[in-house]
Design a protein around this ligand. Structure first.
Ligand code: FEO
Length: 162
């Protein structure tokens, strides 16, 4: 059985994952409006991954006899000044999510909730990958600067995300 404190914190993380999904979908909308459909595809896939993260926590709360409580999702930003600005915002957001996950691990430790601590390891590792991926894209976009041919190639590359 989850403690009330742990249950509430996990429910907050469900909300944070849905917000992430919403944010990346908003970024996809921005890219589509800019005719950068490859980058939009990348963001839609990212948005789907975040839904999967939310559901993983949703099911975990339930499996531990907890109660899932869904709350309002904040509106995401809708405009950025360049593809680089979007991916820099992605990096910043993922670093924030990493800190939320680490706080959950700290709470699980404090609550002596070994099962939740073990469950969260997947998220700790996932965050390493997510931050690394976003940072690599930022590095490439910095190389490209705003050169249209470079943006064109990056759009094509990101559109191939599996
Ligand atoms: Fe669910 Fe991108 O962290």
């Amino acid at each position: 059985m989850l403690s009330k404190k742990m249950q509430d914190a996990l429910n907050q993380q469900v909300n944070a994952e849905y917000f992430s999904s919403y944010l990346y979908l908003s970024m996809a909308a921005y890219f589509q409006a800019e005719n950068l459909n490859g980058m939009a595809t990348w963001m839609k896939k990212q948005s789907q991954e975040e839904l999967m993260h939310a559901l993983k926590i949703f099911d975990y709360i339930d499996s531990r006899g907890g109660k899932v409580t869904l709350t309002a999702i904040d509106a995401p930003e809708t405009a950025w000044k360049s593809p680089l600005a979007v991916f820099e915002a992605t990096c910043k957001h993922e670093a924030h999510v990493t800190s939320l996950i680490h706080n959950l691990v700290n709470l699980a430790k404090a609550e002596k909730d070994h099962a939740t601590e073990s469950f969260l390891i997947w998220f700790v590792n996932e965050q390493v990958e997510e931050e690394d991926t976003a940072q690599q894209i930022v590095a490439k976009l910095k190389l490209v600067k705003d050169a249209p041919s470079g943006i064109f190639l990056m759009d094509r590359e990101l559109g191939m995300r599996a």
